[in-house]
Write a protein that binds this ligand. Structure first.
Ligand code: NAP
Ligand code: ZN
Length: 364
């Protein structure tokens, strides 16, 4: 992480029909677009149709890759890049959750650089990407305001961030596309954004500016607790959840994520637990472990919880299941976290393998 106080070059446009209202921003990006999206949701929530309609009205040619899976693999990134190169695209529009948005960023690097291959995503930080437009339809990862792209590497049996920093050029936040989100997706993704706020606030890289944002995000999240629990989420609450996730993205752009994300990757890879949910299982024990008790108490207070136990009970209620891990799994997962230096350096205090084992154990 650099010593910059704050850098976030993405233009953020928000509100109902914001893509349509600000379509002029798109016409500056080129004449050939690649739309990258998941299999179903963007067709159901209207976002894909809206984008196609606007691109047609702007006489921008487009091709569509609509086969991004959750936790996208390097193989998928490769397919998108081959498809985009063959279509001579100038820019990419990612529509969906973090998976299509991250895939757009990684494929954007490969398409822009003719000689780049999948290894280049992890060893050549100087490569730039095609311009990326992000239309998030989950309120969780904050990929619309982060420079990160997380991909699944089946060879190393884990998830990895690409080395390039790819901030979207423009992100359009329209809560309309989130209105029909099923309860489990809403919960999993919103816990991801909560986790970003907490890890960012407690990171060794946190600073005045990222903390100011994190505090606002935690306050917003605190205002959504009851709606999330009862699954009665109106348009205003959806907008608040989307903004919370976008703010959380801005926070981790500066701070990075730390232990819950690092530990959660094994839960996702080996146990099939979705990303946000995996973090959710670990958050209470992480807060219990963290040495900066003053900041931990501030988190609880912004969220409107009186005690850490009350916070844990609330998460338990939302997650609605217990984490089960064998002793061997705990030891293996702890070891891979203990050698994950990129996440460990974001934690401001010393962490031993035994601490990590304890955190997993306390999360059961
Ligand atoms: P996701 O994997 O993009 O999507 C999860 C599921 O939600 C998919 O089945 C998707 O369906 C569905 N979905 C998406 N939008 C929906 C909507 N509006 N209504 C109903 N269903 C909808 O989930 P995600 O949690 O947003 O992203 C997770 C990925 O982001 C992980 O790979 C994680 O590591 C990464 N991540 C990235 C960052 C970053 O900074 N870049 C930060 C944290 C996490 P379809 O497949 O049909 O679209
Ligand atoms: Zn995350």
């Amino acid at each position: 992480m650099s010593n910059d106080l704050f850098y976030m070059p993405t233009k953020i446009v928000s509100g109902k029909d914001c893509f349509k209202k600000h379509k002029d921003l798109i016409s500056r990006l080129g004449k050939n677009a690649l739309i990258v999206t998941g299999k179903h949701s963007s067709k159901k929530n209207g976002s894909l149709n809206d984008v196609k309609f606007i691109l047609n009205s702007l006489s921008i040619n487009f091709v569509i890759f609509d086969d991004v899976e959750e936790n996208p693999s390097l193989e998928t990134i490769d397919k998108i890049a081959t498809f985009g190169k063959a279509s001579n695209v100038d820019f990419i529009i990612g529509i969906g959750g973090g998976s299509p948005l991250d895939s757009s960023k990684a494929a954007g690097v490969l398409i822009k650089n003719e000689s780049a291959n999948l290894d280049s995503l992890f060893n050549d930080s100087n490569l730039l990407s095609l311009p990326i437009v992000a239309i998030p339809t989950t309120a969780g990862t904050g990929s619309e305001t982060t420079p990160y792209a997380i991909v699944t590497d089946h060879n190393s049996k884990t998830k990895r961030g690409i080395i390039q920093r790819v901030f979207p050029k423009i992100s359009f936040l329209d809560a309309t596309y989130f209105m029909e989100t099923p309860k489990n997706v809403t919960i999993n993704t919103s816990i991801d954004s909560l986790s970003h706020l907490i890890e960012g606030y407690l990171s060794s890289n946190a600073n005045l500016l990222s903390d100011s944002l994190a505090e606002k995000g935690l306050e917003y999240f605190g205002q959504c607790l009851e709606s999330l629990e009862k699954n009665t989420i109106d348009f205003n609450t959806r907008e608040k959840l989307v903004l919370t996730s976008t703010i959380a993205g801005m926070v981790i752009s500066q701070s990075g994520t730390s232990l819950p994300h690092g530990m959660g990757y094994s839960l996702t890879y080996f146990k099939g637990i979705t990303h946000g949910r995996a973090n959710g299982f670990l958050l209470k024990s992480f807060l219990q472990f963290h040495e900066d008790k003053q900041k931990v108490n501030k988190i609880l207070s912004y969220l409107n919880f009186r005690t850490l136990d009350a916070f844990g009970d609330y998460l338990k209620l939302l997650l609605d299941e217990n984490l089960t891990l064998s002793k061997e799994e705990i030891l293996n997962f702890s070891h891979s976290m203990a050698i994950n230096t990129s996440k460990l350096k974001n934690h401001p205090f010393k962490v031993t393998e035994k601490d990590i084992i304890d955190m997993y154990t306390n999360s059961l």
